[in-house]
Design a binder for this molecule. Structure first.
Ligand SMILES: NC(=O)c1ccc[n+]([C@@H]2O[C@H](COP(=O)([O-])OP(=O)(O)OC[C@H]3O[C@@H](n4cnc5c(N)ncnc54)[C@H](OP(=O)(O)O)[C@@H]3O)[C@@H](O)[C@H]2O)c1
Length: 221
C-alpha cells in the first residue's frame, strides 16, 4: 500500500489531502498541532503525529516518528498568511512568525523527511504560492507572505541537489476556499487537491526542482 505523509493536516488543503489519499486506499500519516485535530485525523484512519514546525523540540520528536518510514508522497502544507503591503514595514514579531512558519519550518523538515521520500523514490511537494513568484509580483499586497514563499521556493529548489532520489516540487494550489483563502476564492479545496495529487502523480525524477500549479502548468520563478 503506498504511503503519504501530510504535514499540516488539521484543516484546509492538508486535511483534504489526507482525506483524498485515504479514500484512494493509501496509508496516510498526518500532522497537526492540537489534540482535537490529532483525534480527528485518527478517527479518519490516518496515523497522527503532533508537529509544530516552529518548535524545535516538536520537530525533533517528529524526526523520531518518521525515522523508519518510506513515503511515496510527502506534502509540506503548513503555512501562515500575513496581509500587509509595502506602505508599512512588518513588525519584527510578524516577520519572525511568518518566516519561521513558512521558511524555517520547511528547512527543518527537509533534512528529516527528504531521505524518507528518497528511500521510496517518491515525490515531496511543498505548497508554495503564485504570490511567491518574483516574475509575477505586480503588487505588494501580502508583502511579507510573498517574501516567505519566494524564500521557500529557493530553499526547496536548492535542496533538490542533496536528495537526488526524491522528486522535490513547489506547488501553487490556486486561490482556494479555505480559512486562509476566504469564502470568495474561486477554487474549491476538493478541486485544488484533486489537481495537486494528479500533478504529483505525473512527475518523474527529472521534474525535481520545478514550480507547478495545481493544473500542472509550469510557473515562472
Ligand atoms: N488557500 C489559498 O488560497 C492558498 C493559496 C496559495 C497557497 N496556499 C498555501 O497552502 C497551504 C495551506 O493553506 P490553507 O489554505 O489550507 O490554509 P489554512 O486553512 O489556514 O491551513 C493552514 C494549515 O497550516 C497549519 N500550520 C500553520 N502553522 C503551522 C505550524 N507552525 N506548524 C504546523 N502546522 C502549521 C495549520 O495548522 P493549525 O490548524 O494548527 O493552525 C493548518 O493545518 C499554506 O502553506 C498556504 O500558504 C494557500
Amino acid at each position: 500500500m503506498p504511503h503519504a505523509l501530510i504535514i499540516g493536516a488539521s484543516r484546509g488543503i492538508g486535511l483534504e489531502l489526507a482525506r483524498q489519499y485515504l479514500a484512494d486506499g493509501w496509508e496516510v500519516s498526518a500532522t497537526a498541532r492540537t489534540a482535537a485535530a490529532l483525534t480527528a485525523l485518527d478517527a479518519m484512519g490516518a496515523t497522527p503525529c503532533a508537529l509544530d514546525v516552529t518548535d524545535a523540540a516538536s520537530v525533533e520528536a517528529f524526526g523520531r516518528f518518521v525515522s523508519a518510514a518510506r513515503y511515496d508522497v510527502a506534502m509540506h502544507v503548513a503555512g501562515v498568511m500575513e496581509r500587509g503591503d509595502a506602505s508599512t514595514a512588518p513588525s519584527v514579531t510578524a516577520f519572525d512568525a511568518v518566516m519561521h512558519a513558512n521558511v524555517l519550518g520547511a528547512m527543518r523538515i527537509i533534512p528529516i523527511v527528504a531521505p524518507r521520500v528518497a528511500a521510496a523514490r517518491g515525490c515531496f511537494g511543498f505548497i508554495s504560492s503564485l504570490l511567491g513568484s518574483v516574475a509575477n509580483a505586480d503588487s505588494s499586497v501580502t508583502w511579507l507572505y510573498r517574501v516567505s514563499k519566494s524564500a521557500l521556493n529557493m530553499a526547496v529548489r536548492a535542496a533538490r541537489q542533496d536528495y537526488p532520489g526524491a522528486t522535490l516540487v513547489l506547488l501553487s494550489p490556486g486561490w482556494v476556499r479555505t480559512d486562509m483563502g476566504g469564502a470568495s476564492a474561486p477554487v474549491s479545496v476538493a478541486d485544488s487537491v484533486t489537481g495537486l495529487r494528479r500533478v504529483v502523480a505525473s512527475l518523474s525524477p527529472e521534474d525535481t526542482g520545478t514550480f507547478r500549479n495545481y493544473e500542472g502548468r509550469t510557473l515562472p520563478w
